[in-house]
Design a protein around this ligand. Sequence first.
Ligand code: B12
Ligand code: SF4
Length: 537
Amino acid sequence: MVYPRFPPSFWSFGYIKDVGGFSAIMPPLGLAILAALVPPEFDVQIVDENVEPIDFDADCDIVALSAMAIQETRLFEIADSFRERGRLVCMGGPICNVLPERCRPHCDVLFEGEGEYTWPQFLAEWDRGEHRTHYVQLDKIDMRDSPAPRVGLLKLDQYRLGCVQTTRGCPFKCEFCDIIVTYGRKVRAKPVAHVIAELQQWADHGVDFITLADDNLIGDRAYCRTMLRAVAAWNRARAVPVSLYAEMSVDAVRDPELLELCREANITEMFLGIETPRRAGLSETAKVQNVTLDLVAAVKTIQSYGMVVVAGMIVGFDSDDADVFEDQYAFLQEAGIPIVMLGLLQAIPRTPLYERLERAGRLRSPSQGNNTLSFTNIEPTCMPYDQLVNGYRELFTRLYGFQAIGDRWLANVDTWRAVAGRKWLQKPLGRWRPFMLLQTLLILRWYVARPSRFTFFCRMLGGTLARVPAALPQTFSYLAYFIHLREYADKVVAREWTFSYALEGVDTRANRFGEGGRINMVKAEATYRAPSSSTQA
Ligand code: B12
Ligand code: SF4
């Protein structure tokens, strides 16, 4: 089973691998789950190219590849290399769920949808010499049938986080979202006992930071409450609690009990899909759950439960105008959201957005998997394409200027004054390890290299000490993240300006979800203008 290398991306944390002491942020959970479904008579190995090289001449019968769309180029290279060597190549994962027609020429067996039923079915059929070339899981699987991942097959010392998925699906219907296309709007939950057993499994392997890899943790609130209570009890009984990272919709703010449970379970970071502070954009994209909220107040409330908020933001809605960049900046600074994944709106095949724009003839080119690059496949109506792309790039680099990051981080720490006195503070760093000493030195080395960096470093530590001294470990660990984000902003976002893509030969007619026909392929080339706010330091 093979997981392709990621290109440099917002989430790759490629610029701090030495500092963090990991090769990749998270292991490929999908493959580890599918490995658990392989019958005992098969030998199985997981090779994640993000942590180790692939042996293309390995003696094997089947190569199973999994990938997101962002890994497309490398995925196809790997698949083609194995096929040249006569291996049977199977392909599945998020890319196949939205772009099956692009994957089809590069594999022998294509899987669409969840793999818990189709993968063992294929293995049984292959064993009998009668497998098919295409498996599609149309009905959603029962989460009780999703086994615990085979964690023992992973090179665990190479990752920063473990992962446990408690639910799949989300009740909302944001127009751009491919999650509900693949996993549906009915939330399916894993039995709580399975969740605890999986957490225990990771913890037994020494992992002390775990992602709850749900699309929306609070999609089923009743389940979420029960599950978080169990996790809190499990975590509280540990000498050093495991830190958790999760993703939820902002309407959680209406439910203080749920937020309290998040804190008790030791969720230290929470990703929120805020997208835009503008009501018009939220309404346009059917993000109804955010429209009536005071988003600044909502973020501050969530932060006050001890969580660091990470926000997903988008520019490029039809209702956006030239002021949107300033509006986004002002909102993020005021809300004090330290980590912002800022993307340009892209239309992912099979989503309602894609279908609407296809009907309107507004698809410039195929979508691509990195939504934090200066590229979109949408013909914008809000402003000329180049203005949108340049505005996006300027906003990104502005947000990751030292002054702006420092302001946001310290505003976030401010909200913790309310929780500093609480009995059970968040424990973000896990257990003490000697490597932390070296990490500290590596972080310091980056910050002392330039005066502007060092000034920022001192401001972050001094500002934290003046506000909530107990939050110093958090500040220190975020100083490491900020190295990556600064480098990504300066070396990737600020500098790339054209996106060349293999536009030829993509035909979406095979797609059952109705794209019907060739899409309008115009090569996307934005004119480069160096962002005036580039903050290389
Ligand atoms: C955790 C997570 C992450 C983690 C890392 C995950 C990892 N291993 O590297 C982090 C936070 C780092 C991350 C980052 C990104 N992510 Co992410 N992430 C997720 C999330 C929330 C959960 C992933 C997961 O573990 N799922 C659980 C497993 C069990 O599901 P699965 O992998 O899809 O596998 C199932 C099926 O697909 C299938 N299957 C999978 N592979 C195979 C192979 C075969 C042979 C078969 C038969 C079946 C099969 O069977 C599995 C069991 O049902 C998903 C959303 C989601 N619900 O999946 C988004 C998601 C995968 N991420 C997404 C994106 C866009 C990104 C980023 C590109 C964002 C960015 N701009 O930087 C980055 C790229 C990563 C990088 N390193 O650069 C998109 C991918 C869209 C797409 N179609 O490609 C998703 C779907 C969310 C979304 N809609 O926006 N992500
Ligand atoms: S809340 Fe998130 S997961 Fe749910 S539909 Fe909207 S974008 Fe998708």
